[in-house]
Design a protein around this ligand. Structure first.
Ligand code: NAD
Ligand code: TYD
Length: 341
């Protein structure tokens, strides 16, 4: 099995590559990644170079994608994306290019090269916000309702995948997941941001009242579910991947501060994110029932692994927080007003 993985130097893509190679000794991977600010080859340290070929390239570059697929691949797994909501609010250009145009380039290449299966890695955000007070979960047939440019670009990508399947008969599967956490996540996202700021005794910005709910999953559980969808998913289907682990942001912050022995006085309530979705929660019944997948990690065991990794990888963190991260951080948090929530 030869997998063509895009975005494999990022957080989830690199975890997927480690897992796919470990689970199947016959698996070989081409990892096609532009190495944006979020891509980091250190995430792939220790991966067998005999079975992992790294190619630096941009998924919006049709020629580069076609050339990379000269070595025949069986499956494309598309992780490559601009992935951070706050950056998409600052400027959406790269989101539209990579997440929409890039997906179409890959779909065209998949068709022309006779790829057997296309897996699109998507997100609960395409469905927008759920009510907080009702015990409802999002199922695969819920209506699209993206509320920020990142979510809208990922919804557009899903439409293109569906169109390629319906129009050209491409074998495509879409997986949607909630908020991942684990090693190697860039510290712009909530959990590594809390961890890296708390380790350095720096303030932790909490948007609005901090009562927004996210559905957290340990990254390896997400990757195991993708492998199941790849091997046994039905073409044209969408699968929701969730660990039934809803948490309010403030509870996530408190749990991490407690585990690190840091005071809650580090918390700063700041101006809310515009268009901030209150609650995401996916119903994983279909993937549990049809593909026999279940999350293995609990919130506690996953968090412990994650905290250990960030504690043990100070150099990785220092590198991620250097350079353009400082500019981003100042742009994102410099002008925010502290509130009293
Ligand atoms: P990430 O930002 O950590 O990594 C993205 C990777 O894509 C990086 O290695 C980057 O260099 C690469 N990339 C960006 N633009 C590219 C381009 N034009 N061409 C080639 N490579 C490019 O993202 P992540 O958190 O690992 O997310 C991976 C995928 O999973 C994304 O599609 C995202 O929408 C989806 N997803 C993420 C989460 C989450 O909680 N992080 C949840 C659900 C779905
Ligand atoms: P994030 O990790 O950006 O993921 P997403 O927006 O895809 O859910 O944010 C998770 C939650 O944490 C979300 O409700 C926004 C909130 N948040 C903060 O309160 N402060 C922050 O500094 C960040 C980055 C996020």
């Amino acid at each position: 099995m030869h997998l063509f993985v895009t975005g494999g130097a990022g957080f989830i893509g690199s975890a997927f590559i480690r897992l796919a190679l470990a689970e199947d000794p016959t698996c070989r991977i081409t990892n096609f990644d532009a190495l944006t600010y979020a891509g980091n080859l250190d995430n792939l340290k220790g991966v067998d170079p005999q079975r992992h070929r790294f190619l630096r390239g941009d998924i919006t570059d049709r020629h580069a994608v076609t050339a990379a697929l000269e070595v025949p691949a069986d499956v494309i797994v598309n992780f490559a994306a601009e992935s951070h909501v706050d950056r998409s609010i600052q400027c959406s250009d790269t989101f539209l290019r990579t997440n929409i145009l890039g997906t179409q380039v890959l779909l065209d290449a998949a068709r022309l090269k006779g790829i057997q299966r296309f897996i699109q890695i998507s997100t609960d955000e395409v469905l927008g916000s759920l009510p907080e007070d009702a015990d409802v979960l999002s199922t695969e047939d819920a209506a699209y309702a993206p509320n920020n440019p990142y979510a809208a670009s990922k919804a557009a990508a899903e439409h293109l995948v569906r169109a390629a399947q319906r129009t050209f008969g491409l074998d495509a599967v879409i997986t949607r997941c909630g908020n991942n956490f684990g090693p190697c996540q860039f510290p712009e996202k909530l959990i590594p941001l809390i961890l890296s700021n708390a380790i350095l005794d720096q303030p932790i910005p909490v948007y609005g009242d901090g009562r927004q709910v996210r559905d957290w999953i340990y990254v390896d559980d997400h990757c195991r579910a993708i492998l199941r969808a790849l091997a046994a998913g039905t073409a044209g289907e969408i699968y929701h991947i969730g660990a039934r682990n809803e948490r309010q942001n403030l509870d996530v912050v408190a749990a991490i501060l407690k585990a690190l022995g840091k005071p809650e006085s580090l918390i700063r309530f700041v101006t809310d994110r515009p268009g901030h979705d209150r609650r995401y929660a996916l119903d994983p019944t279909k993937i549990e029932r049809d593909l026999g997948w279940r999350a293995c990690e609990t919130w506690e065991s996953g968090l412990l692994k994650t905290i250990r990794w960030y504690n043990d990888n100070g150099n990785w963190l220092a590198r991620a927080r250097s350079g353009s991260y400082r500019e981003y951080y100042d742009r994102q948090y410099g002008g925010t007003t502290e509130t009293s929530s």
